[in-house]
Design a protein around this ligand. Structure first.
Ligand code: ZN
Length: 71
């Protein structure tokens, strides 16, 4: 189901974002003074997540997928 595929993309993008955040935190904890290099990656991951979210919303609005469908 397209809706589920879009939700998977959203969840995957969210996991990538979390993974990047923890890598950045880890770098900072280890005294890495260049942990700011993660900012661009974080920005891109955030955008990807937003796009996936809006794709899902647009899909659901387009043909009225409802909560009865399995998520
Ligand atoms: Zn649908």
């Amino acid at each position: 189901m397209e809706k589920n595929r879009l939700m998977d993309e959203f969840l995957q993008a969210g996991r990538e974002l979390i993974a990047l955040h923890s890598r950045q935190m880890q770098a900072a904890l280890e005294g890495d003074t260049d942990f700011g290099r993660f900012e661009l990656l974080l920005h891109l991951a955030q955008e990807k997540k937003e796009q996936a979210k809006y794709a899902w919303i647009a899909h659901v609005h387009a043909h009225q997928c409802t909560g009865e469908e399995l998520l």
